[in-house]
Design a protein around this ligand. Sequence first.
Ligand code: NAD
Length: 486
Amino acid sequence: MKEIKHFINGEYVGSESGRTFDDVNPANGEVIAKVHEGGQAEIDRAVAAARAAMNGEWGSMPAARRSELLHKVADGVRERFDEFLEAECLDTGKPRGMACEIDIPRGAANFKVFADLVKNVPTESFHTDTGDGRGALNYVVRKPRGVIGVISPWNLPLLLMTWKVGPALACGNTVVVKPSEETPHTAALLGEVMNAAGIPKGVYNVVHGFGPDSAGEYLTRHADVDGITFTGETRTGTAIMKAAAEGIRNVSFELGGKNAAIVFADADLDKAVEGTMRSAFANCGQVCLGTERVYVERPVFDDFVARLKTGAESLTMGWWQDPGINFGPLVSQEHRRKVLSYYDKAVADGATVVTGGGVPQMRDDLAAGAWVQPTIWTGLPEDSAVIQEEIFGPCCHVAPFDSEEEAIRLANDTPYGLAAALWTENLSRAHRVAPQLDVGLCWVNSWFLRDLRTPFGGSKQSGIGREGGVHGLEFYTELSNVCVKL
Ligand code: NAD
């Protein structure tokens, strides 16, 4: 049986406690690896290694040299593309096509983009009038924040972890990563790539384990961690924020969503259906930006629902390597229980099940997997938990609306504020409606179209701060103003 160990100070090490947990392939329920479970001892060692690297070669390395090394990391991921692909697909069950197009290429790009960006960040300066004719020069020095704790989720494991590790290292920080217990593989493999690229020991550390009373919590409570960047559930964010309050450590949070799509009657319906198909069902609905609420203008409501149903019923489930599959399992049986509980709630709350609503019949070798049917509902009251709470499964509720104002009100009627998608061919309407949506990201006639230079994050309970482009510098660097009397 394969063992997955921690990566601390450039070496793979087991847990002092000897404790391990199972890494399960959710497509068939098979245990694919034993993962070492980190405790306080491993977190202490990893944070100490990260601090030593910060105080050593890495901390004094010129940005251009750091950037060169991070390019090598990106190249290293690409060279070992197939290994990363297999690791990611076995951990998550996701179809090969999606991981080939999105997860692994973005895992590499996250290093290149930020390595290039930090070389070109201007600094601010002011010539200050001091009233004596000589003045003063104020200028800003940008410094790394220090040791960054990175806590990442399971839905896009490599992509979301490197989305934080890339900018953190590019800005000169060191990191201790606690990947999701469901998907430890690619974070572990990245250690080999870091060593091969010549990244100094201690710059990138990984400790595996769980959240509460385990590696995750110990990392967030560690006094020598200078900032915590986290992607995951809003409830977990609350716990991490409390831990970070001790010692006044900064946080950057990318949290849950309950995202709406608004489809106006003037939309190109083919595009709107295709986009909503992706936003509701891609990655088995396990995308923070995914759409779980669709509001459709009444004249095209029936047509839209019928077409979305046809699309959902044409999705093909199967083993990640099977040709033509585009729909994988949920990440675990535990998550399946949660998603299915919402499928039950929807029926209890009076939904019409347009399609799905249960567990599919899978072939024998996949019967023990965490499969659910792609599901569409109509007819739920807006206060149903199914409409208010994040499900994080392949499902959406479609409701009609009669006016622009009503669509905006419905879309905003949630404690979350991550993303929205607008479908309309009316340019003025698109520009008028988009800024009225309380979200961090709004797509018009598209979904998940990402430019890594743009700010990414959520408003309301969907996050704190923005990462992406220069916006990540707010979290990954500290500013120090120097004032020189002339
Ligand atoms: P989760 O919050 O359960 O876990 C995320 C990580 O936090 C895991 O590594 C987990 O071990 C760790 N953790 C849990 N409790 C902890 C604690 N008390 N202290 C420290 N660490 C702790 O989230 P998940 O189920 O892995 O991921 C799904 C969630 O992530 C969804 O809510 C989804 O919307 C969200 N998400 C958000 C974004 C975004 O960019 N906004 C992107 C992807 C996923």
